[in-house]
Design a protein around this ligand. Structure first.
Ligand SMILES: O=c1ccn([C@@H]2O[C@H](COP(=O)(O)OP(=O)(O)O[C@H]3O[C@H](CO)[C@@H](O)[C@H](O)[C@H]3O)[C@@H](O)[C@H]2O)c(=O)[nH]1
Ligand SMILES: [Mn+2]
Length: 738
């Protein structure tokens, strides 16, 4: 080898403080072992069948928690952080940057408003990247004329918006988000920019009004007649039954309609509603992505593919270049299959009432995953190498080849391109092919992203996690408790199915990915089974408190020490982790609550549904997260008041548990106050049990408020209140007197 100077396109730094952390983790593990030992010795020492069973339950729960905690250590053991060097990329490769195809997915114009969708589209069209190398595809699983109309409007607005962004280096490049930042951060002062800003704002407002009118009143006939694209809806019968609708709205081959107002070519822009037929299952987002992969390969065939959800606009115009620094690095780039950015949320409130930001995942666990071969693919905000997404295996001989030209579609006319591409999005195209199995995104799992990423890593590829200081993407987090719980039911159910699938990280991953990564995947795959131990722990100790039966060692016993150490140590650690990740104290408390709620409701239902599915009693569904919010609910959301919404079994469970613990706790208090003697003394041997019950009461305060104090529409629905009170009282009375 010569002495060619090599300056890499990115750098990897190790996280700091790992020695301290590892020492702490080991000490905590020792304490956990002592707890296990305590339980084990007590099962044998306890007399009576009932007592033994009770102890055995506690033992099982603690073995589970300990084991699960051990798994979570994998992603805390070896954190790494990445730093791309965009200026080197630009010096070396500015003239030979690869084509990038960007996929935006939408599925329902009622809960994913077209105006939001096109803001996302515009934000990615305006990336700081050579426009002739970008192509943007919108997949519309609703096949909605209004969404198509909105995209048509966007294609015209882009002619002003893209040059405006580049000239004034606007950030962020979603028009709606940009105009919003002006309100809070102030308007630009330069006279020329102020004038242009006023003009473009006016264009945007007019466009928005037209789209909103069309949404409310339906499409005006003149509009329909003006653009030939609408004729594709002539044969449309419903969202679930229509031909492929495909329209190339902007493309360099169309000389009249491909340039912006300054005469520069715009990114290609394509609308796609793949064919839907009632007798053909459409595989949700995975199906949409695979159609997009095929259609785009025929139209632009970008070597790199970006996937965003329709609510996740680009907040950082440099992200494409950031991602390419990883892919194009001469030494390590060829191993990297995808670059995942964190999912951040525009509508997150200060203390993140529903824990939607998942900040320990974004700030700690994913850098931890990156230390062991790479993060999971979590859908939105991910750049893929097209080849690996298509199913190619990694081999040591594999080398980057960014500039091999594909000539297959150079000659075809636009119309020919459209017609050829349509067949690629038909229902029957995938029959007897490897699509959904070995090629593209995997079918049959509610978290198509995670299972696809895992299989890519099992093919030998690496992935990279990059969390830039200026957030790369901003989306919309759920704004009510039921929405949050339903989303997590989908995720935990999907992750559990991965564990049971052919691609299980536990066995299929063995020898294919590192042990650390296997363990880390299992943390998510085992979200759902957490429900059993958590339910046991949040019901049984409180009930036995009523009966005065201690389940934990008393303060004077040496066995108390490991319990105290684990509780204090883990609480302090998680609080510190949360603070260092940018959270607040209240945010930490909220996060703790939402974990409890997820574990006792979403995860429980995820387990039940997985079992039903295994037995063949239930079909897969994908409940799309609502991305609109009513005005008064929105006010409550900003005030961080919990929104309970309509009645559901999940809410009933949560409320029943909250009430049961309240009753137990009140009855203990009453005993302690009324029967001073003996009462308190008895409880001294039960400090941990009282504390646990007290903690459960404290963390459930929003539920008691929603039950008894609130009058607004977001309070707990009456039917849930009645059911839960009856249930909780029933159990309480039975346990107190039986
Ligand atoms: O049949 C469908 C259903 C959904 N989507 C789109 O998929 C995206 C994600 O749906 P959303 O309801 O927002 O789900 P989230 O839970 O917020 O999404 C996360 O989790 C999903 C897997 O459960 C991934 O697909 C997403 O990329 C990831 O951001 C949206 O753009 C939808 O329009 C479709 O295109 N077709
Ligand atoms: Mn979403």
């Amino acid at each position: 080898m010569g002495s060619v100077e090599y300056s890499p396109l990115f750098e990897t730094r190790r996280g700091r403080g790992r020695l301290i952390y590892r020492t702490f983790a080991i000490s905590l593990f020792v304490a956990i072992c002592f707890i296990w030992l305590y339980r084990f010795s007590h099962i044998t020492a306890t007399n009576g069948y009932h007592g033994k069973l009770l102890c055995l339950g506690m033992f099982a729960a603690e073995v589970w928690f300990g084991f699960y905690w051990l798994l979570t250590q994998a992603f805390r053991w070896n954190l790494v952080f990445r730093q791309p060097f965009k200026n080197i990329l630009s010096q070396r490769y500015e003239k030979s940057l690869p084509g990038v195809d960007m996929f935006v997915c939408t599925a329902d114009p009622d809960i994913e408003p077209p105006i939001m969708v096109i803001n996302t589209v515009l934000s990615v069209m305006a990336y700081d990247y050579p426009t002739e190398k970008m192509s943007v595809y919108l997949s519309d699983d609703a096949g909605s004329q209004i969404t198509f109309y909105a995209l048509l409007e966007a294609s015209n607005f882009a002619k002003h918006w893209v040059p405006f962004c580049k000239r004034f280096m606007v950030e962020p490049r979603s028009p709606a988000a940009y105009f919003k930042t002006l309100v809070s951060l102030g308007y630009p002062s330069g006279p020329s920019q102020a004038k242009e800003l006023a003009d473009i704002k006016k264009l945007y407002d007019e466009m928005e009004r037209r789209i909103e009118d069309a949404t409310r009143l339906g499409l005006p006939t003149e509009t329909r007649l003006k653009h030939k694209g609408f004729s594709q809806w002539d044969s449309y019968s419903s969202r679930r039954d229509h031909d492929t609708i495909l329209q190339i709205l902007l493309h360099e081959k169309n000389p009249n309609n491909s340039k912006d107002v300054e005469g520069l070519v715009l990114p290609a822009l394509v609308y796609l509603a793949r064919e839907k037929r009632p007798q053909h299952f459409h595989n949700f987002k995975a199906g949409a992505m695979n159609s997009l992969l095929r259609v785009s390969s025929n139209i632009s065939n970008g070597k790199v593919v970006l996937n965003v959800d329709c609510d996740m606009y680009s907040n950082n115009s440099q992200s494409v270049r950031d991602a390419l620094c990883f892919f194009m690095d001469e030494e390590k780039g060829h191993e990297i299959a995808y670059v995942q950015f964190p999912q951040s949320f525009e509508n997150a409130t200060k203390n993140d009432l529903y824990g939607s930001c998942l900040i320990s995942i974004a700030e700690v666990e994913f850098p931890g995953a990156d230390g062991y071969g790479g993060p999971l693919y979590i859908g939105s905000g991910c750049f893929h190498r097209r080849e690996s997404l298509l199913g190619m295996k990694f081999s040591e001989q594999y080398r980057n080849d960014w500039n091999s030209e594909d000539n297959q579609f150079k000659e075809a006319s636009l119309h020919e391109l459209e017609e050829q591409s349509k067949t690629l999005a038909s229902c029957t195209y995938e029959e007897n092919t490897l699509w959904g199995k070995e090629m593209g995104l995997k079918y049959g799992c509610p978290v198509e992203d995670v299972i696809t990423g895992l299989s890519i890593q099992c093919q030998g590829w690496k992935s990279v996690y990059y969390n830039p200081p200026r957030k790369a993407f901003l989306g919309l987090a759920p704004t009510t408790l039921p929405q949050t719980l339903v989303q997590h039911k989908r995720w935990s159910e999907g992750d559990l199915q991965i564990l049971l699938s052919k691609y299980s990280p536990a066995w299929f991953g063995f020898g294919r990915i590192s042990l650390g990564l296997q363990m880390g995947y299992c943390v998510y795959c085992l979200w759902a089974p957490n429900c059993i131990a958590t339910l046991y722990y949040s019901i049984i100790p409180s009930l036995y408190l009523l009966r005065g039966i201690p389940l934990f060692p008393k303060i004077s016993s040496p066995w108390f020490i490991p319990f105290a150490y684990v509780i204090v140590g883990e609480t302090t650690y998680s609080l510190l982790e949360f603070f260092f990740s940018g959270g607040t104290f209240q945010g930490w408390w909220n996060d703790l609550r939402i974990w409890l709620y997820k574990r006792t409701s979403s995860y429980l239902f995820a387990c039940i549904d997985t079992i039903l599915k295994l037995l063949g009693f239930s079909d897969s569904t994908f409940i799309i997260t609502v991305k609109v919010i009513e005005e008064d609910a929105s006010k409550r959301y900003e005030k961080e008041m919990m929104e309970f919404g309509t009645s559901s079994p999940m809410l009933t469970i949560l409320t029943t548990l909250a009430l049961l613990n309240l009753f137990c706790f009140l009855s203990v208090l009453k005993d302690a106050i009324v029967i001073r003697k003996g009462g308190l003394e008895g409880y001294e041997t039960m400090v941990l049990q009282v504390l646990l019950c007290g903690f459960l009461v404290l963390i459930n305060l929003p539920i008691y408020q929603g039950l008894f104090l609130r009058k607004d529409n977001g309070r707990l629905p009456t039917s849930v209140s009645i059911k839960s009170i009856v249930l909780a009282l029933g159990v309480f009375i039975f346990f107190s007197f039986a």
